[in-house]
Ligand binder design. Structure first.
Ligand SMILES: Nc1ncnc2c1ncn2[C@@H]1O[C@H](COP(=O)(O)OP(=O)(O)O)[C@@H](O)[C@H]1O
Ligand SMILES: N[C@@H](CCC(=O)OP(=O)(O)O)C(=O)O
Length: 382
């Protein structure tokens, strides 16, 4: 794939491989049901891109929405079991619509349902990478969604925004295009008088003070919050993002000045650490003393038991946990090397003492530096 990240939105027009994510709110009518005309309009844009020689991976939400009518539901179900059942019914219907709409352009689609594990666990990652790459080589348009029917509360993404960012990493995309029901990121809720469109975001600091708290559509999940998390995952790993409405998809893909362009800020990095920083659900917390905060944040050391003064939550060795300072502020996230049952016995004691009393296995770090990411706190909106 390309060595250097796309530098500006005009380069998007010639990008070799893009991931396009479309939200439920862009595929549904006012009553929350799937709107085949809106789906078809998007397919026309993506098919044109394929005709120009560009490769497209589509991450599409809408499975649950597609089942609302057929199952006689009034609105998007809230409980997990009904969401799973609705997704199971709706996913087939959704892909049937895509299959037909793309076939009208002479194109084939391949459905790929992923779970979080498929994008971060090494063996699964390779497997998903191989399947998607082969589909693209065969000229097929992969249509991806979360495997909602089997994803439990603990392991699911719950939103396709972050899934799309990890998929962009997985397929080495040149750019990620997030399509939603607003034409851009605004300085505050778009309905608020005075909210202004943000055309370009060069670094995460430029997002300080932007209010993304309002929820948006009743059918979408996550609102702008998960979109900005998706943006952080992609841009930090060298993939720029364009966020705009589905109605402006053609203009965005042509590199015109629509939506919000988020420049790539980092280089390709470990997907496991990206996941840890942005998406994984923390199973508990370790409370660090001031010295340990400095060691971890400033000197980038591993976290040793001697600097930990408290433990919260229940977790197994290998689970994601948060590292918080004495003031309760989260400073990082890591994969913990011990279970929450073991940790209290280790707290505040030097590795030498632990080795002597408990054996050689107990002198290892609580969180190894390779399994630890620092968290940059966004200042809350005024
Ligand atoms: N600062 C902001 N700029 C733009 N949109 C925002 C902002 N804050 C909240 N939103 C809301 O985010 C919503 C998009 O999220 P969501 O409904 O989850 O869409 P999707 O179904 O496409 O994932 C928009 O409808 C919008 O009202
Ligand atoms: N996987 C779910 C969608 C989850 C999701 O992220 O929805 P959205 O916020 O509309 O992109 C579905 O297909 O219904």
């Amino acid at each position: 794939m390309t060595a250097a990240a796309l530098g500006s939105r005009t380069e998007l027009a010639a990008a070799a491989r893009i991931v396009v994510k479309v939200g439920s709110s862009s595929l549904t009518s006012a009553n929350g049901r799937l709107d085949p005309d809106r789906l078809r309009a998007l397919v026309d844009v993506l098919a044109a891109r394929r005709a120009d020689g560009g490769q497209v991976v589509l991450v599409s939400s809408g499975a649950i929405a597609a089942a609302i009518g057929p199952l006689g539901l009034n609105a998007r179900p809230r409980d997990l079991a009904t969401q799973q059942a609705a997704a199971s019914v709706g996913q087939g219907l959704l892909v049937a619509h895509y299959t037909k709409a793309f076939a009208d352009h002479g194109l084939r689609v391949g459905q790929v349902l992923l779970t979080a594990d498929d994008t971060v666990r090494r063996g699964h990652y390779r497997n998903a990478h191989r399947a998607l790459t082969r589909l693209l080589d065969l000229g097929v348009i992969p249509v991806i969604n979360e495997n909602d029917a089997v994803a439990t509360e603990e392991i699911r993404f719950g939103d396709n925004d972050r899934l799309a960012a990890l998929v962009s990493h997985l397929v080495h995309a040149d750019a990620l295009v997030l399509l939603t029901d607003v034409d851009a990121l605004y300085t505050g809720p778009p309905s608020r008088p005075g909210a202004r469109r943000i055309s370009h975001v060069g670094s995460p600091r430029e997002l300080d003070g932007i209010d993304v708290s309002s929820r948006g559509s009743a059918i979408g999940t996550g609102g702008m919050v998960t979109k900005l998390e998706s943006v952080a995952i992609a841009t930090q790993s060298g993939i720029p993002v364009v966020l705009t409405s589905a109605a402006q998809a053609a203009d965005a893909l042509a590199g015109r000045d629509v939506g919000t362009w988020f420049a790539a800020t980092g280089r390709r990095t470990s997907i496991r650490l990206l996941w840890l920083a942005h998406a994984a659900r923390a199973h508990g917390r370790l409370v660090l003393d001031e010295g340990a905060v400095r060691a971890v944040v400033e000197r980038r050391t591993s976290l040793l038991p001697a600097g930990v003064v408290g433990v919260e939550g229940e977790f197994e060795a290998g689970d994601p946990i948060e590292l918080v300072g004495p003031d309760g502020v989260v400073v990082g996230r890591g994969l913990v090397a011990y279970s929450s049952d073991e940790v209290p016995n280790l707290l505040g004691r030097s590795t030498g003492a632990l080795r002597e009393e408990l054996g050689p296995g107990y002198d290892r770090a609580l969180v190894h530096r390779d399994d630890l990411v620092l968290v940059r706190r966004r200042r809350p909106a005024p």
